[in-house]
Design a binder for this molecule. Structure first.
Ligand SMILES: [Zn+2]
Length: 273
């Protein structure tokens, strides 16, 4: 069987893309990642897709919960931006324009698109329980965006569909907005279903780890994170929440969080309010 990399159809474009964009390192975890498209293209597409969600979903505009989502989002985003700027990762937030919205939807879900477009569904609020619980989810979702997991997923999707470059994706955005939205929705976990690009465990673990540190930087107690994921696991019902889809082993997640907690507690103790 021929590898996709050596098939003539893909060889030249992939080679050129790798040459142009090379690989980069994820902040905090140091994982090497190969980006296949410019993040700016994805931020532009995400912005349009997010606006479409805002136009079609029921946004909770007032009240304690909506305010809490905005407050926690702004506080973690500020701490994350400060950390990235101080540590030479400012390119990770280039073109970001943060937005934090609460959507009336019973699904237990939250997500963050490229460029800092965050949505919480009302269905996840009882599991969050309080502001620190919201911070656990917020840190995790913002981590997905900073780590550019969406870019990895969309790039994968583009290759699978036989489109070769980010230029094709930009064209697709203009010519087939619905297809583009579907690719993005799948990549970012919008809605309640798991698509073909189910969140990989690697991405989830990485977001757990980064999210723990992000919430601590913003002065939220990270020892609440293992408790939140415990509550998520205990929801039960016939359909597990989409956020748990690739974590079939809650024990491993708990063990990982416990192992990462001392470092996060140290950061928290310096940033406690
Ligand atoms: Zn996640």
């Amino acid at each position: 069987m021929k590898s996709i990399l050596t098939s003539p159809k893909y060889f030249v474009p992939l080679f050129l893309i790798l040459l142009v964009y090379g690989c980069s390192k994820v902040p905090l975890t140091g994982r090497r990642q190969i980006r296949l498209m410019p993040e700016s293209t994805l931020i532009q597409a995400s912005s349009l897709s997010y606006q479409h969600v805002l136009d079609t979903a029921k946004i909770v505009k007032t009240g304690a919960q909506a305010e809490m989502v905005k407050r926690v989002g702004a506080r973690i985003a500020a701490a994350v931006e400060k950390y990235l700027k101080e540590n030479g990762f400012q390119s990770r937030i280039a073109g970001f324009n943060w937005q934090f919205n609460l959507i009336q939807d019973d699904n237990v879900n939250a997500w963050c698109m490229s460029g800092g477009k965050v949505a919480f569904y009302t269905g996840i609020m009882p599991i969050c329980k309080d502001e620190t619980g919201v911070a656990v989810v917020m840190g995790h979702e913002i981590a997905h965006a900073i780590a550019r997991h969406g870019n990895e997923r969309v790039s994968q999707s583009i290759v699978l569909q036989g489109l070769s470059t980010g230029i094709d994706f930009a064209l697709l955005m203009k010519e087939e907005p619905e297809t583009t939205r579907q690719i993005l929705n799948t990549a970012f976990g919008v809605g309640g279903q798991v698509g073909m690009l189910a969140f990989s465990r690697k991405h989830e673990s990485e977001s757990d780890e980064m999210g723990l540190l992000f919430m601590a930087m913003a002065g939220y107690d990270p020892s609440e994170a293992p408790k939140f994921w415990d509550r998520m696991n205990n929801i039960g019902g016939q359909r597990p929440p989409v956020m748990l889809s690739t974590h079939p082993d809650p024990g491993k997640r708990q063990a990982d969080l416990q192992a990462q907690l001392p470092k996060a507690m140290e950061i928290y103790n310096q940033n406690k309010r």
